[in-house]
Design a protein around this ligand. Structure first.
Ligand SMILES: [Zn+2]
Length: 130
């Protein structure tokens, strides 16, 4: 369900982007960045996106290129700055982990890897010479 929500918001963003470009006919390709702390499964997002674009002629056939972004944090206690040890055991998607500093177990601020964002979208502009 989480991934479906993410895929829906990507579709909405792309449709909005299209409206912002007069003459843009459809979206051909999208580069998406999925942060590992967003807990979105790449395969599920890709699948949901594929289902959603089937019914949108402006997006049909659009390619989705997904890259991942490492989760990073800044520790409020010891000043550690860097990757979080996320682990990858089964159930990892179902438990909301408490993020803690890998060095001192202190409280951290997440600085990267929490979001899903569109980095680039390739629009097809209508050929005006008919
Ligand atoms: Zn620390």
């Amino acid at each position: 369900m989480h991934e479906f929500t993410i895929a829906s918001s990507i579709v909405n963003s792309l449709l909005e982007a299209l409206e912002g470009y007069p003459g843009a006919e459809r979206v051909d390709e999208v580069d998406l960045v999925i942060g590992e702390l967003s807990f979105a499964g790449i395969e599920q997002v890709t699948y949901c996106f594929g289902v959603l674009i089937e019914e949108r002629k402006q997006l049909k056939g659009c390619r989705l290129n997904v890259t991942t972004e490492e989760g990073r944090a800044h520790c409020k206690e010891c000043g550690y700055e860097g990757a979080l040890n996320m682990g990858s055991g089964p159930g990892y998607h179902h438990i909301l982990p408490v993020f803690a500093c890998p060095k001192c177990k202190g409280e951290v601020d997440i600085t990267a890897g929490q979001s899903v964002s569109i980095r680039n979208a390739k629009l097809i502009i209508k050929d005006e010479v008919d």
